[in-house]
Write a new protein. Sequence first.
Length: 80
Amino acid sequence: MIQAATALGFGLVLAALNAQYRDVKHAIGFVVQVFMLATPVIYPLSRLPEWARQIAFINPMAAVVTSYRATLQGVPLTGH
């Protein structure tokens, strides 16, 4: 539910921005690629230094992916 709500929220905001400013559609591809690379899918956040962990949580999907990983591995979530 959190992942769907996040995607819907970003989609609605970007759709409104695209209707007003036509150049937004060109920037969306770049921003999506940056967020895909910044989402901790392959690497766990525990391997990052503390300052990088704080920056990683700017990405809204970082918490969701971290929760998925903890659920599938059966380990409790640690504080962020």
